[in-house]
Design a protein around this ligand. Structure first.
Ligand SMILES: N[C@@H](CCC(=O)N[C@@H](CS)C(=O)NCC(=O)O)C(=O)O
Length: 171
C-alpha cells in the first residue's frame, strides 16, 4: 500500500518538522523525501520538477495521495489543509467561528510577526554575518523577538496550548 501522503523535507530546517509532527498526530502514513535546498538536479528544491510543486522551490510541500495527489506548499496552508481534510470535526482547526478566529490569530501572528523577525536575526547573524553592523539593528530585532517570545511565555503560563484548551494546528 502506498503511503497516504508524501512530505518533501530537508533535515536541519524547522518548517517541515511542524508538518511531520502534525502528520504523526493525525496518524497519517507518510513518506519523507529529502530535497537539497537552493540546488537544481534530481534531488534539488530548485529543479524544474520540484518548482512545479512549489514555485518558491522551498520545503515543506505535501502531496495527498488520498486526494488525487493534490499538493500544498506553505506550512500554515498545509496545516490548515491537513486539519480540514483528515479531521473535519474541527478538532484542530476550530469547531466554531470563534475557535477558528483564535486559531487564525495565532497562526497569522506566527507567520507575520514571529517567524519573519527570527529569520532576520538568523540571516544576518548566522548565515550572512554583517561586519560593523549598526548595533541598533541588532537591538531592534532582538527586542522584537524577546517581546514576542515573552508574549508566548505569558500565555503558556496560563494554559497548556496556544489557542484553545486542546492541541490545534498552532500548538
Ligand atoms: N513560509 C514558508 C517558508 C518556507 C521556507 O523558507 N523553507 C525553508 C526551510 S525551513 C527553505 O526551503 N529554504 C530554502 C531556500 O531559502 O531556498 C513556509 O512556512 O513553508
Amino acid at each position: 500500500m502506498p503511503p497516504q501522503a508524501t512530505l518533501f523535507s530537508n533535515t536541519g530546517v524547522p518548517n517541515p518538522a511542524k508538518i511531520a509532527i502534525f502528520l504523526e498526530e493525525l496518524n497519517i502514513e507518510y513518506e519523507v523525501i529529502q530535497r537539497s535546498l537552493r540546488k537544481g538536479g534530481p534531488d534539488g528544491a530548485q529543479s524544474a520538477q520540484f518548482l512545479e510543486l512549489n514555485p518558491m522551490g522551498r520545503v515543506p510541500v505535501i502531496i495527498d495521495h488520498t486526494n488525487n495527489d493534490f499538493s500544498v506548499w506553505e506550512s500554515a496552508a498545509i496545516l490548515i489543509y491537513l486539519a480540514e481534510r483528515f479531521s473535519p470535526d474541527g478538532k484542530y482547526s476550530g469547531k466554531t467561528l470563534e475557535e477558528r478566529a483564535v486559531i487564525s490569530q495565532w497562526l497569522l501572528f506566527d507567520v507575520s510577526q514571529l517567524t519573519p523577525n527570527l529569520c532576520e536575526i538568523y540571516w544576518y547573524k548566522r548565515r550572512h554575518p554583517v561586519k560593523d553592523l549598526d548595533p541598533s539593528i541588532n537591538e531592534h530585532y532582538e527586542t522584537e523577538v524577546y517581546d514576542l517570545w515573552s508574549m508566548l511565555e505569558h500565555r503558556l503560563e496560563k494554559q497548556d496550548w496556544m489557542a484553545l484548551d486542546r492541541m490545534t494546528i498552532v500548538g
